[in-house]
Design a protein around this ligand. Sequence first.
Ligand SMILES: [Zn+2]
Length: 214
Amino acid sequence: MSLPESICDDERYIGRLQEISSLNDIPREWRDSPIEKLICSENFGQKIEECKQPELLIATCIEFRYALPIPRMFAYVIRRASGRLVGSEFSLAYILSAGVRHFVLIGHNDCGMTKVLKKQDDLISALIEQGWPRDRAEDFIHSQSERHMMKDEIDGLRREYIRLRRLFKKVTIAPMFVDLADTKLFIPTWYNELAELDADLLSDKVLDIDLITM
Ligand SMILES: [Zn+2]
């Protein structure tokens, strides 16, 4: 598998992401926070220093072509297929109890979860090869594929951002998108509008089935 072309050259992403090319491009509510440190590391090459306390949660996809630019003693990291945190609420409770109040969600281009419905047979075969009964493997993959698939990576990120805003109302959540070609972070253009909305007003923008998490 190779790296995809830059999102700047891919028409699917044109006009949907804002560049972060200077500190002025960072939203006010993210300044002087661990979110800003992560952006400065990815986009401006600044080194993140180790901290005494965990400062940040970074949630992103399992994607092997993306490595996070962080030292130890800085952030909790949850990596799951598509970066969705459904099913990770216990981990989130633990992270909140450790004092973390800043979350970063990072989507990426060329995500395998946009193609997962076509790959279901491969996933089922992989489990059968490990000794799973065929019917159990099929039930599992068919039921989980819907939950993890995305038609589009930027829309999938939006859906998860809204869901988490509703579930965790006193946390600053920063949705971003990484270009696998050079690991630069971008901000989805829908962010400003949604960030200003009260979490309770986001309720018509998320499916209730998405909110059921336990
Ligand atoms: Zn992915």
